[in-house]
Ligand binder design. Structure first.
Ligand code: ZN
Ligand code: ZN
Length: 330
């Protein structure tokens, strides 16, 4: 009997890193030495990662990272998983750990000013008050898989569209704004930006939906939480769960998200198992005919995701159930 147990860790930290490019290289070697797989982004402003491996390797990783004074405050979200959630280990340098286009720390710096952090139970108590707006700062395809009841969304395909969409919130300036995202990282910037734009009462869900699921039972979160690894989405609500997303092909409710098996399409969408069988993991009959169609193994997850984006197709995509094909990282 195989007794190996695995974990997946989700975390971020806004904390200045000097020589971040070198740090990324060294950190990659360190992760590989532990046999971890995952995806980490390193920037001068901090770290953003999801890593997966044996329970021992994950513990060693957390201990080592915590021992570094810059990262002592990291709050790791730990999931027990049946197998590692990635195939490879990537650790890359980027200008920002969450791409907002606001690279200048003088514009917003979550280390200096950000929305008040609410712990999951505090968020749960506050979210149904009358003068409160719950704001989902994630992308539309994430929102469509699952979201808080009554949450507002700005219908963005990527977080970098968030700053320009803030105009739509002008009418809520006198309300309390509660922001949330997957693990809390986007909220640090989103809430900082709201404050800069003159919103006065801004709060953020500390640790995001994932921590809320663990500590508040995920109450009133409809659907599943989209995640950026091969699990695609995870259930978080054990109190009053429901499914909100529907199969693109037949309309039945399903939380399953796949990429189209045609590598040139690679559309990211929800599809039920039955349609997955019928269409062999494709979004359409046309894609089934493609000569380079990949083998559908029932997961709809492919290691190499082509990055070519068909802009014409995206601009035509108005309906909410048509998420973008290029997937950002948390
Ligand atoms: Zn279907
Ligand atoms: Zn397709």
């Amino acid at each position: 009997m195989n007794m190996t147990t695995y974990q997946t860790l989700l975390y971020y930290c806004y904390s200045p890193i000097n020589n971040a490019e070198q740090f990324a290289q060294d950190h990659l070697e360190f992760c590989k030495s532990l046999g971890l797989v995952g995806r980490i982004i390193v920037a001068e402003e901090g770290l953003n990662g999801t890593v997966s491996g044996t329970t021992e390797a994950c513990q060693q990783y957390m201990d080592t990272v915590h021992a570094d004074r810059r990262f002592a405050k990291i709050d790791f979200k730990i999931d027990e998983v049946p197998e590692p959630s990635f195939i490879k280990m990537h650790c890359r340098y980027k200008p920002e750990i969450v791409h907002s286009g606001l690279r200048d720390p003088k514009i917003i710096d979550p280390n200096k000013q950000t929305g008040k952090h609410l712990e999951p139970t505090e968020f749960m108590e506050m979210k149904d008050q009358e003068d409160v707006i719950i704001l989902d700062v994630r992308s539309n395809y994430e929102h469509n898989v699952g979201h808080f009841k009554n949450a507002l969304t700005l219908d963005i395909e990527n977080f970098r569209e968030f700053p320009e969409k803030l105009k739509e919130l002008e009418k809520y300036k006198d309300k309390k704004i509660l922001t949330y995202c997957t693990g809390g990282i986007k909220c640090e910037k989103a809430s900082a930006l709201l404050l800069k734009e003159g919103f006065e009462d801004v709060y953020q869900l500390h640790g995001g939906i994932i921590k809320y699921g663990k500590e508040a039972g995920g109450k009133d979160f409809d659907g599943e939480c989209y995640v950026f690894d091969n699990r695609v989405s995870v259930p978080v609500n054990s109190v009053n769960p429901s499914i909100v997303s529907t199969c693109r092909n037949c309309g039945t409710t399903t939380a399953k998200m796949i990429n189209c098996a045609n590598p040139e399409c690679n559309e990211h969408f929800t599809q039920c198992d039955e349609c997955g069988q019928k269409l062999d993991g494709c979004c359409s009959r046309a894609c089934m005919e493609h000569p380079r169609k990949r083998i559908y193994d029932g997961t709809g997850y492919y290691v190499k995701i082509p990055q070519a984006v068909n802009l014409e197709k995206i601009s035509k995509r108005k309906h909410k159930n048509f998420p973008p094909k290029s997937v950002e990282t948390t």
